[in-house]
Design a protein around this ligand. Structure first.
Ligand SMILES: Nc1ncnc2c1ncn2[C@@H]1O[C@H](COP(=O)(O)OP(=O)(O)OP(=O)(O)O)[C@@H](O)[C@H]1O
Length: 323
């Protein structure tokens, strides 16, 4: 397996508007020293509560959000040091699928033009080649070529997400960033789109950075999972290790909030933890573990010292008392 993406110590700080002309400038740390690796042909799920920094991490990793520090090696080349022109060349290797297929497609354009647009913008192939590719991709994602002259509103939500996927594939990307790609869809349709993404991954050798707040969805598509809390990865593991033996109390709480039937029946099943309260503010993150105030295991050391990621079997976990 070859390494596609190697993100090292990525940090994103947003400058907040000043309260007054002479007021001090405050920063919000949306992503704090995040590191992860993604192998070619694999899918990494990024999960966590709203505001934990999932989207900002993925956007910074493909340089659509400016990062404050860190490295993003894409096939060994640091994206953060590329010139705009070099980055433009790289753009075709990375595409995005968004949550809402209703608003991400231009309502006034025919879907053939919508799907073809990335090739037009990047000047890929002749017009005849682009049109042939659109037909090919339309079939690949399970749509009929006779629908190509319709407008987005003439399709269902699931079909619109198929159109977004076809559009994303036009440039032959190696990495797809999927930001909550099925959250806006009915459950039955969600399964169809997840199956399509899983099939495309194996047929085309695609890699996914897959953002979701829904562990069930991540379980369906991903090989590895990173759990984020207040801008940091608190646990990172192969899917099986994460679901079978979560090490961080936050991951345990997330999983117990939505246990599968098999997990309920398993011998090691413990009563669901309830996560009370809210995460701390990302404007002044706490000195120690950000989860300490909500953690049933927290002790003094947790409030004083930030736990570093440490290996427990196949899992990396940032907790003073893992397991
Ligand atoms: N442009 C911005 N300026 C200031 N703060 C921002 C900006 N974008 C995001 N944030 C803040 O950064 C933090 C992380 O946001 P982000 O959208 O990455 O989280 P998320 O886990 O993807 O959440 P959600 O699931 O709600 O999309 C949040 O506190 C958010 O308010």
């Amino acid at each position: 397996m070859s390494l596609l993406l190697d993100v090292q110590d990525l940090t994103v700080r947003f400058a907040l508007p000043r309260a007054g002309l002479f007021a001090p400038r405050h920063y919000l740390e949306a992503v704090r020293q995040v590191s992860f690796q993604l192998e070619a042909g694999k899918a990494l799920g990024i999960v966590g509560e709203s505001g934990s920094g999932k989207t900002t991490t993925a956007m910074a990793a493909i340089r659509l959000t400016e990062s404050s520090s860190g490295k993003v090696l894409f096939e060994g080349q640091d994206l953060l040091t590329l010139t705009d022109e070099q980055m433009r060349q790289r753009r075709r290797d990375v595409q995005l699928i968004f949550q809402d297929p209703y608003s991400s497609l231009n309502p006034r354009a025919r879907v053939a033009d919508i799907v073809r647009e990335p090739m037009d913008l990047m000047d890929i192939g002749t017009m005849a080649e682009r049109q042939a590719r659109v037909v090919e991709l339309f079939k690949l994602v399970g749509l009929r070529p006779d629908q190509l002259n319709l407008f987005p509103h003439q399709f269902s939500g699931g079909q619109r997400q198929r159109i977004s996927i076809a559009r994303a594939l036009t440039t032959n990307p190696r990495l797809l960033v999927c930001d909550e790609p099925v959250s806006a869809l009915d459950v039955a349709i969600q399964a169809q789109i997840l199956n399509l993404l899983a099939r495309l991954k194996s047929e085309l050798g695609l890699s996914y950075l897959f953002i979701s707040h829904d562990l069930g969805v991540v379980r369906h598509v991903c090989d590895d999972v990173a759990v984020m809390y207040l801008g940091k990865i608190v646990e990172k593991a192969p899917k099986k290790a994460l679901f079978d033996a979560p090490q961080h109390p936050y991951t345990q709480a997330l999983l117990s909030a939505a246990p599968s039937l098999a997990r309920r029946k398993s011998r090691g099943y413990v009563r669901p933890l309830k996560i009370s309260g809210d995460p701390p503010s990302p404007i002044n993150p706490p000195k120690g573990c950000a989860f300490a105030d909500r953690c049933p295991k927290a002790q003094e050391v947790c409030r004083l010292t930030q736990p570093a990621l440490q290996a427990v079997g196949d899992t990396d976990v940032a907790c003073h008392f893992p397991g």
